[in-house]
Structure formats: C-alpha cells, structure tokens
Design a protein around this ligand. Structure first.
Ligand SMILES: [Cu+2]
Length: 455
C-alpha cells in the first residue's frame, strides 16, 4: 500500500474539502474539484449516498466491486449483435454485450482499476476521454501503451481528480473500431455534492453509422453518407423515452463520438442551461440558456433545467438528415413532380408503380412501404395524432405529474383548449381570416391507394 495514500470516510471527505480550502457545501458556481496532487484518495463513493446514479436510456451502468478501497471494473471488448431499431440489426463491436458499452460511474477522489479484456479478433486499447490521469494510462495505442492483443487483459488504474461528463472509446484503429461502436460514457460525480442534486440525470451518447440495407456490418470507410444516426446506439423508434415528473430538476449529459458529424441537439417545451463541458463546470455567470446545444465530435455538454411543462416533447438532433434513417438517404428527389403523369406513363409497363416523394417524404414513411431485408422503414412510428415522421437521432421526453409503470408507451392527453386542431368556420370569420381560393379540396391523398383501388 502506497504510504502517501490516505483513505478517508465520506464525512472526512467533506472535512477534507475544508482542509483544501473548499467550502463544505459548494455552490454550483464554485469549482468543487478535490486536489489529489498529494496522492490522497477517498473512500469509494457509493450510489444513493454520495451520488444519484445516472440513467442511460437503452443502456446500463457498469457494475463494480471494491477491493482494498479501490473500485474495480471489468470491460470486455467483443463483437455484439446490435439492434438499432426494430428490423435493423448489424454485427457491431462493443463492450460487455452492448454498444455503446455500459456507462462507467464513479466519484471524484475514487481510485479506479479497470480491466479491459480483448475478445475481438483485432488488437485494441481504451482511451479515457477527458480524464486527467498519468500518461501511461491514457490508452493511446502505440503512444501511451502497447496494443491489447486479442484474448489478453490489460489493467488501467488511476485516481479521479475531477468531476464531470466524460467518455471512453477505442484508441486503436479508431476509424474502424469507433465506427463499429467501441465507445461509452464515463461519469464522475463531484465529491462535494452540489446543493441540489438532479432528480433525473440522463446520459445520451450520439453516434453515426453507415449500414447499407441488407449489409451484415456497419461500413467503417464511410466519410459523409451516414444513414443510421443514434442516441445510445438506438435510432427512433428504437430510442427509449426520457421519463420525467413535473417540476423535477433534470440533467441531460450529451456526448458525441460520431465519426464526422457535430450534432445540434434540440429540446422542445423547455429552455435548458449549459452548465458544464468536458473541460469542467461553467461558472454561474458564464452559463447561458439554450434550446439547441451544439455538441461537437469528441465533446460532452451538460444541460440542466426544471421540467415544468407537462407533455410529450421531442428531443432530437436538428440537422434534418440526422432524424432520418436508411431509406431517406441517397434517394432521387421527386419533390414537385407531376405524380399522375408519371404514374400513367409507367404503369402500363410496371403495374404496381407509384411515384412517391413528390409531396415530400412524410407520407412515404406512413405508408409502411416494403423495405429491403435488414433495414428500417424510412423513419418514424405511429403517434397519438397520426404518424410521427421522424427517425434517427430522435427521442421523446415525457413529462408527467407522476411517472407510473407503463407510462413509457402512453401519450400526452392535452387538456381542453391546449390541442391544435382544424379551425372552425366561426373562428375564421370571427378573426377575419382570408383564405386563398382552392380549385377543389383534395380527395384524400389519392396516390396512397394502389392503382385500381377507386375507394
Ligand atoms: Cu446531428
């Protein structure tokens, strides 16, 4: 046992904070980083007591055990059969059976020992992204360590000197291994707890993939045309909703380990505040409110807000091609085409032919058009008011008075007077709304019916 190491109780940790000149209860504006330059380590932080565990939608938290005051974790890098959304699977690479791998969660001052077993057919290494540690533990293959050969296990060990939202990912043949999914989140809670802990602390890691319809594996060589965009490895409707009770204090930690794309993550019905990056907490006076937060590749952004507006709210990347899925990419635009004319010309040759996309893509999604094997429909899922024509990096935050089992699949019931609907003639007259002249009201969407169906 290192003589310089000193194990203190959690109570002692607060006292220790005072010793380092930190206030016992630091305000959010105060940097609460504990100094470990003297080699001090603290009693392992415990979930529930020392921190409120994070929630990783569609994911999990890596379990640990404590051996001689050290938190011991075990990551196993291996191929995984991954489902992005119903109907779309691929063989990816991940950790402990998932991509992203399980979220690692610890507390500032913890000593962590992380074993990485390589069950891949190729050498690998793991980089602890944003974490301040000894150079030899940094995980850059060839630079800070030898690569981990297949069927070998490496040991990483370091003391966490900071708190915040970090990530881990392969740092060997990054282009291939990250494109196949070798990444995860690494959360370090502050040793001195903030005055108000979040009621819900969500973790969302953005990713992008190229999965050709019918292909067995994602294509790591792709540079531009990613067609599966994900939160925590899932494309909508595969994304699990974020369940929140009204007036809860919510934190959402956004990470981005996409290959090539920054993501502008947009929340509906609320404004959130950027409170931290992976560089640390932002002083109170420098924080700003937002509704859309850009998360560049290789960064994290931590957002906080009070969920005071009940309803079903989208939370998604605002780059519109990032809320589509495979079938929305590489198509020929038919926007504005005269569908009837084209249909008449083609149907004698191909009776089942129908021009699609001339009104945009929304109706195509809804039709449930047949898709190639192992691919998702263009986008979307049935919603409470019709079809939700969004896909990819899209999820729903459901704010309810109380969250009960089964609420994940329930829809918001809008109170009287709070639901958009068709305006009545009386309303139009009262407000003197002048309408454009329409030739004739469209008889439904005629192009939805297969040829020969005159209904
Ligand atoms: Cu995006």
């Amino acid at each position: 046992m290192d003589r310089r190491r000193l194990l203190t109780s959690s109570l002692g940790a607060v006292a220790g904070g005072a010793l380092f000149g930190l206030p016992a209860t630091a305000s959010a504006a105060t940097r609460t980083t504990v100094s470990h330059d003297d080699g001090t380590i603290f009693a392992p932080g415990r979930p529930g007591r020392d921190y409120t565990p994070v929630i990783t939608p569609n994911g999990s938290t890596l379990p640990f055990k404590i051996v001689d005051g050290v938190k011991v974790f075990h990551l196993i890098a291996a191929p995984v059969e991954h489902e992005f959304a119903p109907g779309l699977q691929a063989q990816c690479w991940g950790f402990n059976g998932s991509t992203p791998g399980p979220t690692i969660e610890a507390v500032e001052g913890d000593r962590v020992r992380i074993y990485v077993t390589n069950a891949l057919p190729a050498a690998t290494s793991v980089h602890w992204h944003g974490i301040i540690l000894p150079s030899g533990m940094d995980g850059v293959s060839g630079l800070s360590q030898a690569p981990i050969p297949p069927q070998s296990t490496f040991r990483y060990e370091f003391t966490l000197r900071q708190h915040g939202t970090y990530m881990y990912h392969s740092h060997r043949d990054e282009m291939t291994q990250q494109a196949l999914g070798m990444m995860g989140m690494f959360i370090i809670h502050p040793r001195v707890a903030p005055t108000r802990r979040p009621d819900r602390d969500f973790v969302l890691l953005s990713g992008e993939w190229k999965v050709l319809p019918g292909a067995r594996r994602p294509d790591p060589n792709e540079m531009l045309e990613f067609n599966v965009l994900t939160f925590n490895g899932k494309a909508y409707p595969g994304t699990a909703p974020l369940m929140v009770e009204r007036n809860e204090f919510v934190r959402i930690r956004l990470g981005n380990l996409s290959a090539m794309s920054h993501h502008s993550i947009h929340i509906h019905g609320h404004t959130w505040t950027l409170v931290a990056t992976d560089g640390g907490d932002i002083p109170q006076s420098a924080r700003w409110p937002e509704v859309t937060q850009l998360v560049p590749v290789g960064s994290t952004r931590t957002m906080e807000f009070v969920a005071d507006n009940p309803g079903d709210w989208s939370l998604h990347c605002h780059m519109s091609h990032h809320t589509m899925t495979q079938m929305g990419h590489n198509g020929i635009s038919m926007l504005g085409a005269d569908a009837e004319m084209i249909d008449k010309a083609v149907q004698p040759v191909i009776p089942s032919y129908m021009t699609m996309g001339h009104d945009g893509m929304g109706d195509m999604a809804e039709m449930g058009m047949p898709v190639p094997k192992n691919s998702t429909p263009m986008m979307g899922a049935p919603g409470p008011h019709g079809y939700i024509d969004m896909g990819g990096m899209f999820t729903v935050m459901k704010v309810r008075e109380r969250v009960r089992p089964g609420d994940e699949t329930s829809w918001w019931q809008a109170p009287e007077g709070t639901q958009a609907r068709e305006a009545t003639p009386q309303e139009l007259q009262r407000d003197r709304i002048t309408l454009p002249e329409f030739k004739a009201k469209p008889a439904g969407h005629a192009h939805h019916h297969p040829p020969g169906d005159e209904s």
